[in-house]
Design a binder for this molecule. Sequence first.
Ligand code: HEB
Length: 673
Amino acid sequence: MTKLSQVAFFASVIAFACAQCPHMDAMKRRDTIRLENSAFESLESPRTYKGMEIFSEVKEDIRKALKTPREEWPADYGHYGGLMIRGAWHCAGTYRKSDGRGGCDGARPRFAPELEWEDNGNLDNSRIILEPIKEKYGDDLSWADLLVLTGNVAIEDMGGPVLGFCGGRMDDADGTNSLPLGPSTIQEAIKPCPVNGKCETPLGQTKIGLIYVNPEGVMDEPDPEKSVHAIRDSFGRMGMNDSETVVLIGGGHTYGKAHGACEDPPCGEGEMKGKGNNTVTSGLEGPWTTTPTQWDQEYFTNLLKYDWVKFKGPGGRYQFKPSDDSVHIQMFTTDVALLHDESYLALVRKYATDKEALDNDFKYAWYKLVTRDMGPRERCHGEDIPPAQPFQNPLPEPSSATVDVPAIKGRIAKLLRAETEILEGDKDTEGKPYYGALLVHLAYQCASTFRITDYKGGCNGAAIRFVPQKDWPENVGMDKVLEFLGSVHADYPDMSWADLIVLAGEVALVEAGGEPMDFNAVRSDAVSGEHYESVELRDYYVNATVAVRDSMDVMGLTPDQFVALMGRPRSNSQMKRIGLLGSYDTDPSHFTNEYYQLLLNSTWVQSEQNEHVYIAEDSEGVKIEGTHMTDWDMVLINVPELKEIVSEFAADEKWFKEVFAEAWVALMRADLF
Ligand code: HEB
């Protein structure tokens, strides 16, 4: 582990596990564990948030504020709309689909690091204008909802189309959740960006400090052609396709202007120094259309109508202007780029000629932009919520409610030791077939895709049956396990696959000696992979320590929950299918705390065949047959805070099983809203 990643790791362990500071004795820690700030608990807690009843009143207040001049920050063209749309877009535009981080939920542009991003210049002024509204409603209205709603009202007030509003965002207390977006040691540990301007996924932006791409061109080079790739790449990382990308850029730049009044900010004299006409934000200067407070097709028609020539604007940065000097409009390198790609150009032509297509595509793309970090539609509040959109992964109504759960449990219990030709399972100590550990693996793989960052993933929908999840390396063979479970599904077709997968894991755990767990048949199945936007495989980590830390964070698990879940029974046959050497344990049919004892009491040596595998050695240095762990397991004893938990679980099996059952159920239910 590099020094940097160690720093990042501990910073974040401390940040989310302070209830477990080492000075606390074990008993005390156990008392506080349930009160701990688990992300799941905050999901379950009843919402006190009342924003939904007041949105229409808030909208009226916003509408007034947009046109009420404020001396401390005068509006361009008498309307704050442009500034506010940019504010909402910059708040939401940090979203990245790699790990679901970013997005306006949390309203983190108020805090470092986002506050200090060069792209967010002068957006503090947009909040000054909104402050009286925030004060009026207090805790009934979050900053995050206010910023997005203001973007909506601004679009509408200037004549643009809006689909609706999904309210319910909560404000973060600080910028911690943005640290992985950079710049920070945590972001450096997850994914450094060696050339700032050419950053790669999981980062959403090409340059840290920007929302997506450099307006002036890649690495400040005003070459529209080169920007094409950067735009497609970075908007793709936000989950936007070509038409969404073009309609958002053009629709956004239909409004307002860029600010780069002079070379040496703050410019201007006296009262108006650095504001009004003398504002310098990006250093680029000018509007894109002749009607910047009006929704129309001019951005697109302008792009097509003029011959765009490169020039250096008053702010000293490269921009483009019409060769015909009589019109005072401008474009950025990234705007002109839309003419330098066949697909983009076709869309520019479409939006220049088809107003209906422009209106329609823009309102859907904008709604997706500002809503996609909010998870399924069930999480939206308010009286103006549009029907569920594809990016919200709508699922059919659950059909399992009436199924005979005890009977199905009985059927699954029999399957645990059934003979089958379908796939190779495991053997218990008596050499009899045992499939329980495979069912545990299936349920875990299905549910552990859950991300607290954007409330996506989880077993509801049973996306593990579809591409891409079914092809993930750790899911090899899961199609066969599903086929094996198929006999139960055939007899109880009303039970969803998602419920069956979760229940099978639970039955296997309880039969093997786990604590009883609650189960509700409430899940339903996605119709097909096409209608379900799967989460991405996070396979970009530089080492296991970073992977463990970051995964815990993305999944919303506490260290206790995570360490407990790592002790789940592990299938020997599955570990081999994955390409590892086997499990830590030769008999997965007995669920115990042996995992933790082995971790602590053996010497672990990296395998020469596979760098991800560690083999136990006894005190004489002799390899112990059939006792294998992975680099992820090693993290649990290499990191003192986690090792502490390992020691507790090793010493007290009952305690381990209690924490395990709680963590398991929390994970299985994390995606039920
Ligand atoms: Fe934008 C503005 C860039 C996209 C909306 N932008 C702007 C500016 C810049 C930019 C630089 C200027 C600032 C100042 O003030 O100075 N963008 C950009 C880029 C991109 C974009 C690079 C990608 C390509 N936008 C966008 C989108 C949206 C927008 C997507 C939405 C939808 N913007 C906007 C607005 C504005 C801007 C509204 C104006 C502001 C004012 O007026 O203030």
